[in-house]
Design a protein. Structure first.
Length: 83
């Protein structure tokens, strides 16, 4: 399993390959003109910033802290759980 540090120092192409082959999609959110896709691994989270206007990945960010998940918290609803 790759570490966060190894992932962050990898080339852009290797990051893309690794996201495709070794992560699980969680959700997405809109940020300006980009869609930010959130993925998880066993050790950290990965955000992929994609522009549909330019039809390309703009940025790949990775983190392992809970605070960085806060932009996604407002998008999660627990109402269907029946509690």
């Amino acid at each position: 399993m790759i570490t966060l540090e190894d992932f962050m120092t990898s080339s852009f192409d290797k990051k893309c390959d690794w996201v495709i082959s070794s992560t699980n999609y969680i959700m997405c959110r809109q940020l300006g003109g980009a869609t930010v896709y959130l993925y998880e691994t066993q050790n950290f989270f990965v955000e992929v910033y994609y522009s549909s206007r330019y039809k390309k990945v703009l940025l790949i960010n990775a983190f392992d802290d809970v605070e960085s998940l806060s932009p996604y918290a407002d998008l999660v609803s627990l109402k269907d759980l029946g509690y």
